[in-house]
Write a protein that binds this ligand. Structure first.
Ligand SMILES: NC(=O)c1ccc[n+]([C@@H]2O[C@H](COP(=O)([O-])OP(=O)(O)OC[C@H]3O[C@@H](n4cnc5c(N)ncnc54)[C@H](O)[C@@H]3O)[C@@H](O)[C@H]2O)c1
Length: 278
C-alpha cells in the first residue's frame, strides 16, 4: 500500500466490532505493509484505554486534521458520516463503513461534490455484496435494468428502528419484514442494509430509489446470513447469486465480512475525486 520509505496514515472512527478488528490488523500485519494508525476515535474514549496506544487516542473528533491522515475509515454510525463526511474528504480519502447514510440524497450529493472538489476518493465497501464491480460495469454500459437484493438472517441479527420484528419466537420460521426500495429500507434497518446501500451505489443509474430490497427473518438461519442478488439486464440477461455468510447468533455482521472489509481497506490508495466501490 505504501512504499518502505513512506507510511500510509489511517484514522479509525468507531471502536465497535469492526473498528477493533481494523485497529488490531493495522497495528499487527499493517506495520509491515507501511500502514500507520494515525488515530482511533470512539464516542466513549474510556473504552480505548489499555487497548489502543495512548498517543493514538483522539478524544475530540473535530481535531482530526492534526493527525494528518491519508485515509479516514468510519465504522460507527451513519450520523457520523453526516456530521463529518464532508470535512473528512477535505483532508483525506474516506472509507464510509455505514453507506446507508448515502440514502439521504442531499448528503449523497454533498459527499460526491466534496470528493470532486478536493480530488479525494469516497470509498464504499462492497460488504457482503457479491459481484458489485460487475453490477457497476453493467450499469456504466447502460445495460442494467433492475436490481433486487434479499437479506435473510436470524431475527436476533436484525437491529430495526420500527417494530416489524416484535414478538418473534424461536422456531417460527420465515417472516418477510420489509420489501421496497433501498431508500425506504435504509432508515428502517440502518445497520443491516449496508450491503444493499453498496448495491445502490454500484447501480448508480437506478440509485437508492430504484434498487429493490427485502429483509427476511428466518429462525432456521442460526449459523449464517443469506444474501441473494438478482440482476436484470437488457436482451434477457440475468444473474442470480446466493451467498451464505457464516455468522454467530445475534451478530449484525457476518464473520466473512470482517475480512472483506479489510480487503476493501487495502484498495483505498486514492482513485481521484470520485466514488469508488471497493
Ligand atoms: N459496509 C459494510 O460492509 C459493513 C459491515 C459491517 C458493519 N457495517 C457498519 O459499520 C458500522 C460499525 O459496525 P460494527 O459491527 O463495528 O458495529 P458495533 O455496534 O460493534 O460498533 C459501533 C460503534 O459505534 C458506536 N456508535 C453507535 N452509534 C453512534 C453514534 N450515533 N455516534 C457515535 N458513535 C456511535 C458504538 O458505541 C460502537 O462503538 C455500523 O454502522 C454498521 O452498520 C458496515
Amino acid at each position: 500500500m505504501a512504499t518502505s520509505s513512506s507510511s500510509f496514515r489511517i484514522g479509525i472512527v468507531g471502536y465497535g466490532h469492526l473498528g477493533q478488528h481494523l485497529v488490531d490488523r493495522i497495528l499487527g500485519d499493517g506495520a509491515g505493509m507501511g500502514l500507520t494508525l494515525a488515530f482511533v476515535w470512539n464516542r466513549n474514549a474510556d473504552k480505548l484505554k489499555g487497548l489502543v496506544p495512548d498517543d493514538r487516542i483522539l478524544v475530540d473528533l473535530s481535531a482530526f486534521e492534526a493527525r494528518k491522515c491519508d485515509l479516514i475509515v468510519e465504522v460507527c454510525h451513519p450520523q457520523i458520516v453526516k456530521d463529518f463526511g464532508v470535512q473528512f474528504l477535505s483532508r483525506a480519502h474516506f472509507l464510509v463503513g455505514s453507506p446507508s447514510a448515502l440514502c439521504d440524497p442531499n448528503l449523497n450529493r454533498e459527499l460526491r461534490r466534496a470528493a470532486e472538489q478536493h480530488g479525494r476518493t469516497l470509498y464504499v465497501p462492497g460488504g457482503a455484496l457479491w459481484g458489485g464491480q460487475d453490477i457497476q460495469r453493467l450499469d456504466h454500459s447502460g445495460a442494467l435494468q433492475a436490481l433486487f437484493i434479499r437479506m435473510s438472517k436470524h431475527p436476533s441479527c436484525f437491529r430495526l428502528t420500527g417494530d416489524a420484528l416484535s414478538g418473534w419466537t424461536e422456531g417460527e420460521g420465515r417472516r418477510v419484514l420489509f420489501g421496497g426500495s433501498v431508500a425506504e429500507l435504509c432508515p428502517l434497518a440502518p445497520n443491516n442494509v449496508n450491503t444493499m446501500a453498496a448495491a445502490a451505489v454500484a447501480a448508480g443509474t437506478l440509485g437508492f430509489a430504484g434498487v429493490r430490497g427485502e429483509i427476511v427473518s428466518d429462525t432456521a438461519l442460526s449459523d449464517f446470513h443469506v444474501v441473494e442478488v438478482e440482476v436484470t439486464g437488457t436482451n434477457g440477461f440475468s444473474v442470480h447469486t446466493v451467498r451464505r455468510n457464516p455468522a454467530q447468533l445475534g451478530a449484525v455482521t457476518g464473520s466473512a465480512t470482517y475480512n472483506s472489509f479489510w480487503n476493501s481497506l487495502m484498495v483505498c490508495k486514492g482513485h481521484g475525486g470520485r466514488v469508488y466501490l471497493c
